[in-house]
Design a protein around this ligand. Sequence first.
Ligand code: ADP
Ligand code: MG
Ligand code: MG
Length: 211
Amino acid sequence: MFALKPEDFIIYLKKVAKVIEENKEYITELDSETGDGDHWLNMNIGFQKLVEKTGEWKQMNFQELFQNIAMVLMSAMGGSSGVLYGSAYLKSSMLMKDKEIMDEMLFGEMLLDWAEAIASRGNAKPGYKTMLDAIYPAANAYQKSLNEGNDIADCLHKMVMAAKQGADSTREMEAVKGRASYREDKSVGYLDPGAVTMAMQLECMAECFAN
Ligand code: ADP
Ligand code: MG
Ligand code: MG
């Protein structure tokens, strides 16, 4: 049965922090090509700070945990990502009000909420070459698989495939929002760093939550 507890999510945060830390060169290079080169730094500072704080968060329910994550990301992460992930986690905190366990339905709603929060805060749409191009198809692929009655392993697998495909597809896109849109070529031919790190996070979710 799929029944996440806050402590499972803390394990997930630690996993993401590790994966981000390991991908310093790659992520920095991506944002150096189309942006200002700080995306790895922003993500790394944010997730290291989260890991640091998790010791104080062990007794929290999901609502409190997500609220605290949002606050840390908004204050420590910086950049566009800090604000966008902050609004995503704030929405998750509202979703989990009075809920002790996150089941497969709530998990799907959380993904859809992330896509909605990021689109609304960033004033972005799918196809604008942003992190939305990873989370949006991933949320929809998860939901579709769930609606078809597939088991959680399949739902999470479809989610990861769609996220990776979505991140890859940003290479062909013209940037509409963010720094990548300031370039004359609209960064066509380059991957969007935020979409790549979003796909990494979703892959960590699948790895941590699959059983
Ligand atoms: P900054 O661009 O402020 O330096 P980061 O480098 O941390 O911030 O993050 C850049 C990423 O944020 C981009 O690759 C893109 O995925 C995402 N992003 C930027 N602006 C927007 C927006 N308006 N809507 C959605 N995502 C955005
Ligand atoms: Mg940047
Ligand atoms: Mg910056």
